[in-house]
Design a binder for this molecule. Structure first.
Ligand code: HEM
Length: 413
């Protein structure tokens, strides 16, 4: 546990998010123990003044309860800590920042597009792309694990699903980095840069959506543009925002799970051996453990729609409530030995994909499949791959990201 007293903990201090993971985990351990629901100031966002502050929810049980009470803890007033200007939140919002009935309608349309036929097709694509990604690096011996391996599979799969041509993969990668890299000095520095990135993706989506509406192809964009619920179709604008959500969510999360997993397997050779000895037997629990261990999405926010209570703390209507998944996934009152990386952990009802309720990650099964297929390919073809240097971490309170991380393996000829 941290030396900081509970009164000295300031979750909005950007410095905290530049510190090593272990120090942050120690801070959250203190909050869970002494003030599980605590009040924090908000950071200012560029020229916009800081908001009123928020409640930080750190225990597993409270995160779970809030997530499953969507009428009391709503998403429609924003899911990030700061309130974004309306013109921006409309681009980023999509269904993750909506409540019923709008959310249910849009999710219904989207879920219909994730039919078994589509998923079956995607499974073949995932395997084929994982093979090609390893082909591209196999003779090199030393590469950057994040950009050359981990980031490639989710990027290529989501682009392929949507019908984005291979020539645009790199641009989509750069744009999603800008959007979720906010706060890290390496990425967007101004609101204008952030808006420009969102606008470019929105424009790409609108053009693609219009094209598929007129001339459908065998991709998710066509399925979404033509799907109907109660006689209604998704509008091109709704599709534009959903497209941003999907490519950002599909890209920036699974890649970090894969990167954190490779680092954890390098740091815990006993766990690596256990998995390698029985790959398909251990894969289901190993994948869940990595999503718990890494918690690629650190938090999402809700807003209280009425006066209520959470974890013994009175919450007033209109208060912002931030669900810290990273902390819930280390809650010692819920997980046995939570700081141990255990590829066979059972049970493991982590909240890495959300804690249940209407917004539970739509891509969870896709992400699980991508992680499994990538490690199958790596274990078989580059079995001695090791991470050889410290990861360059993304400075963010929202995405637990690794930007770069060197690795080495015996090159194949
Ligand atoms: C390891 C990888 C991933 C992690 C850790 C992750 C995490 C999350 C989390 C925490 C949420 C919010 C849940 C809630 O509020 O209850 C979410 C929602 C969502 N995720 Fe994922 N995600 C991952 C992969 C993906 C992929 C690959 C896709 C794309 C197909 C995706 C698409 C979405 C969408 C569309 C939502 C919003 C659902 C809604 O509002 O109804 N995610 N994800």
């Amino acid at each position: 546990m941290t030396d900081l007293s509970v009164d000295a903990i300031a979750l909005s201090d950007p410095e905290l998010w530049a510190r090593p993971d272990a120090e942050r985990e120690a801070v959250f351990a203190r909050l869970r123990a002494e003030r599980p629901v605590s009040w924090h100031a908000e950071p200012a966002f560029h020229q916009y003044p800081a908001g009123p502050g928020y409640w930080a929810v750190t225990r597993f049980d409270d995160v779970w309860r809030a997530s499953r009470s969507p009428e009391t803890f709503i998403s429609g007033k924003g899911v990030n800590i700061g309130d974004m200007p309306v013109e921006i939140s409309e681009f980023f919002g999509s269904m993750i920042a909506m409540d019923a009935p709008r959310h249910s309608k849009l999710r219904g349309i989207v879920q219909r597009a994730f039919t078994p036929r589509h998923i079956a097709k995607i499974e073949d694509v995932i395997s084929q792309k994982a093979t090609e990604i390893v082909d591209d690096v196999a003779t090199e011996g030393e590469v950057d694990f994040v950009t050359q391996i981990a980031a490639q599979l989710p990027l290529q799969v989501i682009c392929d699903m949507m019908g984005i041509p291979a020539s645009s993969y790199q641009r989509v990668f750069e744009l999603t980095n800008i959007i979720l890299g906010v706060g890290d000095p390496e990425f967007a520095q101004t609101l204008e840069e952030l808006m420009a990135a969102a606008m470019e993706l929105y424009q790409t989506a609108m053009e693609l959506g219009e094209a598929r509406l007129a001339d459908p192809a065998d991709d998710l964009t066509s399925a979404l543009m033509h799907a109907e619920v109660d006689g209604e179709r998704i509008t091109t604008q709704e599709f534009g925002s959903f497209f941003i959500l999907l490519v950002v969510a599909g890209n920036e999360t699974t890649r970090n799970a894969i990167s954190h997993e490779m680092k954890a397997l390098t740091d815990h050779p006993d766990q690596r051996r256990l998995w390698a000895d029985d790959f398909w037997g251990v894969a289901p629990t190993a994948v869940e453990e990595i999503v718990r261990w890494a918690t690629p999405v650190i938090h999402f926010r809700r807003t209280a729609s009425r006066d209520t209570e959470l974890g013994g703390q009175a919450i007033a209507e209109g208060d912002k409530v931030v669900l810290w998944y990273s902390s819930a996934n280390r809650d010692e009152s819920h997980f046995a030995d939570p700081h141990r990386f255990d590829v066979r952990r059972t049970p493991n009802d982590h909240v890495g994909f959300g804690a249940g309720g209407p917004h539970f990650c739509l891509g969870a099964n896709l992400a699980r499949r991508e992680i499994t297929v990538m490690f199958d390919e790596l274990f078989r073809r580059l079995p001695d791959l090791q991470i050889t240097g410290e990861p360059a971490m993304l400075q963010s309170a929202f995405i637990h990201g690794i930007k770069r991380m060197p690795c080495a393996f015996t090159p194949s000829r």
